[in-house]
Ligand binder design. Structure first.
Ligand SMILES: NC(=O)c1ccc[n+]([C@@H]2O[C@H](COP(=O)([O-])OP(=O)(O)OC[C@H]3O[C@@H](n4cnc5c(N)ncnc54)[C@H](OP(=O)(O)O)[C@@H]3O)[C@@H](O)[C@H]2O)c1
Length: 291
């Protein structure tokens, strides 16, 4: 594993309290990094932070935030900016699959809010800090499921025939399209942006709020030899994008389980990406002409 920077690299890792993110936080801290993990579960987050800090060369700090709420994303960015004077890596790993059709306080479908709009807004809010850390990285935990996603601009709130799988696939397509568009808009000598598929990792908590159908599918798939992968492997893929020098020089990549590959055509389509960017800016109330 490579070191991120000469001294005290700082990483913000959403979804660092459970599953792939929790294992990745430990691995990053073992390289000497300072890792700010973000999640809702205060008790679990603080316990993990104390435990990793006591047993590795690095430091883990817990930040409590419900990323479903834009005000909480903005508060988180303020807290991070109050603590650190630069950011080397921003990892958007928090994610959920929601069984119920839910509209957030900001009037957005919940899966899109947490899995896509929170990364969009947090990146916007932390851009100055990333520039201070240049060369810096943005890493997004996407999924191979993005290939079956539909951005559904005509039904953004997914009011018609809500399906948890479709909502999740849409949010993951948005992850990939956002990453490619962000990379396109950034100077890659300053900040790179890449996303990846961690593999199917059945042992995480991702499916805790999923529909019975999804939970059943996950359980069956997990039992098929060679289909599922371990938490360790999923976390290694995250750490690789966050630290390997190879990915510090490449931007706009979608990395599958066997390395960089072409994303689904919708994620590569400049018109769709641009539209998603503008719609996202509108939904979080910022001007789209960033970064
Ligand atoms: N597992 C797989 O097979 C698989 C496959 C492809 C992609 N992925 C992606 O991998 C990422 C990590 O998922 P995982 O599988 O490790 O699942 P997980 O164990 O459920 O972890 C999800 C993380 O996201 C956080 N989170 C969820 N909703 C949140 C919210 N509203 N606000 C703040 N934090 C929130 C959770 O923290 P709290 O509970 O503390 O809030 C937790 O730390 C996700 O983006 C997922 O889409 C997973």
């Amino acid at each position: 594993m490579e070191r991120l920077a000469d001294a005290d690299p700082t990483v913000v890792l959403t979804g660092g309290t459970s599953g792939i993110g929790a294992v990745a936080a430990r691995k990053l801290a073992a390289t000497g990094a300072t890792v700010a993990i973000v999640g809702r579960d205060e008790e679990r987050g603080r316990r993990l932070a104390d435990d990793v800090t006591a047993s590795t060369a690095g430091t883990v700090r817990f930040y409590g935030a419900d990323l479903a709420t834009q005000a909480a994303v903005r508060r988180l960015a303020t807290d991070v900016a109050d603590t650190y004077d630069r950011l080397d890596v921003l990892v958007h790993n928090a994610g959920l699959s929601s069984r119920e059709h839910t509209i957030t306080d900001d009037d957005v479908e919940l899966t899109l809010a947490v899995n896509h709009l929170a990364p969009y807004l947090l990146t916007y809010e932390l851009m100055d800090l990333l520039r201070e850390g240049a060369p810096a990285r943005v890493v997004v935990t996407a999924s191979g499921v993005h290939a079956r996603g539909d951005l559904a601009f005509d039904d953004l709130r997914l009011e018609e025939d809500y399906s948890a799988i479709d909502a999740y696939a849409r949010s993951k397509l948005a992850n990939v399209a956002f990453t490619v568009e962000l990379a396109d808009r950034l100077d890659e000598s300053e900040i790179v942006a890449n996303c990846f598929h961690p593999g199917f990792v059945p042992s995480t908590d991702l499916f805790r709020d999923a529909s019975l159908q999804v939970r059943l599918f996950a359980r069956i798939a997990a039992a098929v030899p060679g289909v599922g992968t371990t938490l360790e492997t999923g976390a290694d893929r995250l750490v690789e994008l966050a630290t390997a020098s190879e990915y510090g020089q490449r931007s706009g990549r979608y990395v599958g389980t066997d390395g960089p590959e072409d994303p689904a055509p919708a994620a590569a389509d400049p018109e769709l990406r641009e539209r998603l960017w503008r719609v996202s800016a509108d939904l979080v109330g910022v001007e789209p002409d960033w970064p």
